[in-house]
Design a binder for this molecule. Structure first.
Ligand SMILES: [Zn+2]
Ligand SMILES: [Zn+2]
Length: 368
């Protein structure tokens, strides 16, 4: 009898060990951003998140900032840009009647306040020739190593306070100071600073080298908006497969930080109401909005509908949509109303490109 019990315990032990390794492998696949067995209409091709061939929407400018207005005027994709609404003139009437909701209106305004222009002044020699596991050309492979200005969009996601005693993650870091541009040339650098996380697309900021040549312009609502720049940019996390990237910028400018923290809190509160209100009707209404910097010019709001959801495992999804975009929109966060957004721990949908069938598409994000 004792022998039977020993055997039962042994088998149970083996079963538990097996479970542990299975869970470990599943977690590892999420962290490594390789989600197997996805249902993505790509013929089951391994790891093929890039299942919609198309064009990226980063604005290139050989003539730098001065040439951007010309790019806007000569735009072939959306001549006149009539489907875009400048942030300053956006009102609740721009929403479809079914969605004239005060919380949704506020959410769009707060997303706009957190939207940034991403300026990248160098293209990494490390860019691959093709998107992972495809023969689809990867953006800017042909100009790798060049210093031509490229512009995309992004959104502030998180703001974390740091001091010389305690780091943002709660760890003691000792006698340290802010490393922002201003403090680096100061005899008395600030002992308090903030990490500002910004989401964008991986094809906009590809690696460490490009991040080191990147800056983010905040609050660029009109052509006369004052200049607020975040530099000292580092890559915190990047996924080529999902065309998703999280940057970390450092600043001790309390004027910037106060506004970002206030806006982020309001966005969080309002997004929760919008999620609760539209969750049940989201797949019928299909409203999708975005705030971006078309052609690197002041930010614009676009409202449209999502067309198709390509679903992968673990709530990873990729959407196509009619929501208007132009070169310069790459990396802007895409918001499908009624889906989670604020709480998906950063794995939010970002705009990736536009296809031949005139649909725009996101990278792969985690929304539910
Ligand atoms: Zn355009
Ligand atoms: Zn500083």
């Amino acid at each position: 009898m004792a022998l039977v019990w020993v055997l039962v315990l042994l088998l149970y032990g083996l079963y538990r060990i097996n479970l542990f390794f299975l869970n470990y492998l599943k977690l590892a696949s999420v962290f490594l951003h390789t989600v197997p067995n996805m249902n993505d209409q790509s013929g089951g091709k391994k790891n093929c998140f890039y299942n919609i061939p198309g064009e990226h929407e980063t604005q290139m400018s050989e003539g730098g900032e001065a040439e951007l207005h010309k790019c806007l005027v000569l735009c072939k994709k959306n001549p006149g840009h009539t489907q875009f609404v400048p942030v300053e003139s956006f009102s609740i009437e721009h929403l479809p009647r079914s969605h004239r909701d005060e919380h949704l209106y506020e959410v769009i305004k707060y997303v706009a306040d957190l939207t940034v222009r991403i300026d990248v002044k160098m293209t990494s020699p490390g860019r691959p020739e093709f998107w992972p596991d495809t023969k689809v050309p990867y953006p800017f492979y042909q100009v790798r190593g060049s210093e031509m200005l490229r512009l995309g969009s992004g959104r502030v996601y998180e703001v974390t306070k740091c001091t010389d005693v305690v780091g943002g993650d709660g760890e003691a870091v000792g006698d340290r100071a802010c490393c922002c541009h201003r403090c680096q040339s100061s005899d008395s650098p600030s002992k308090v600073w903030w990490n500002v996380e910004v989401l964008t697309a991986a094809h906009v900021v590809f690696d460490k080298l490009e991040a080191g040549n990147t800056s983010c312009r905040l609050f660029y609502d009109t052509k006369d908006s004052p200049l607020y720049i975040l530099d000292m940019v580092k890559i915190e996390e990047v996924s080529l497969d999902r065309d998703w990237c999280k940057l970390n910028c450092v600043t001790c400018d309390t004027e910037i930080i106060d506004k970002l923290i206030r806006t982020r809190t309001h966005l969080n509160d309002n997004w929760r109401c919008v999620y609760d209100k539209f969750k049940t009707s989201r797949d019928e209404d299909r409203l999708a909005f975005m705030v971006s910097h078309p052609h690197g010019c002041p930010k614009q709001i676009s409202i449209g509908q999502w067309i198709k959801k390509h679903q992968f495992e673990d709530d990873f999804n990729k959407f196509t949509y009619t929501t208007c975009t132009c070169p310069g929109s790459s990396g802007a966060t895409v918001h499908c109303v009624g889906y989670s957004g604020r709480w998906s721990r950063g794995y939010q949908l970002v705009h990736s490109g536009t296809s031949d069938s005139d649909n725009n598409f996101s990278g792969v994000g985690r929304v539910w």
